[in-house]
Design a protein around this ligand. Structure first.
Ligand SMILES: [Mg+2]
Length: 172
């Protein structure tokens, strides 16, 4: 009987510590909630420095639901950071065009976030938010990027991202 009470108290303490912790959800875009790879001819366009795929890409989820879940996470104390790579082997000019296209894609759908890092292809994502410290969960469709993450947990965005984010809401 006492054992159960102590376990329950420990669990509550853990929950309290988690809720007071500095928590960041780091979100990738392409292949995570933006269907860039579903755009016909995306790779050829990127090689030709055409921003079209970044503009016409469809969301992978119902955006009302997705944005609502992000809003709930923020209300629960999560900071939302979007950390996304630019196109591979691109020029500075194309990088700027892609940055603009990605920002506009998010603005058009009212995606809530606290900070955004539109970084060169291959950048170590942890370097973008390490200074924030605390517990950081990375949601990314790229297994290599997830493998290199050491700031907290990862979410495999090839699985249902909304379900995984709801899990975050319910467990912490
Ligand atoms: Mg990706």
């Amino acid at each position: 009987m006492y054992g159960i009470i102590i376990i329950e108290r420990e669990r509550n303490k853990e929950r309290l510590v988690m809720s007071m912790m500095n928590k960041t959800l780091v979100l990738d875009m392409d292949g995570t909630f933006v269907d860039l790879y579903g755009v016909d001819g995306w790779l050829e366009d990127l090689r030709n420095e055409n921003p079209r795929p970044y503009i016409v890409a469809k969301p992978l989820y119902d955006m009302d639901t997705f944005c609502a879940v992000l809003g709930l996470l923020r209300a629960q104390g999560w900071r939302i950071a979007i950390t996304t790579w630019l196109a591979k082997e691109s020029t500075k000019e194309y990088d700027e065009i892609v940055r603009k296209a990605k920002r506009e894609w998010l603005a058009k759908r009212n995606v809530p976030f606290d900070e955004i890092h539109l970084v060169k292809y291959g950048t170590t994502k942890a370097n973008c938010t390490r200074k924030l410290g605390g517990y950081q969960v990375l949601a990314d469709d790229n297994a290599e990027i997830r493998k290199g993450w050491h700031l907290g947990n990862t979410i495999n965005a090839n699985e249902n991202l909304i379900e995984k984010l709801v899990d975050l809401l319910l467990t912490e």
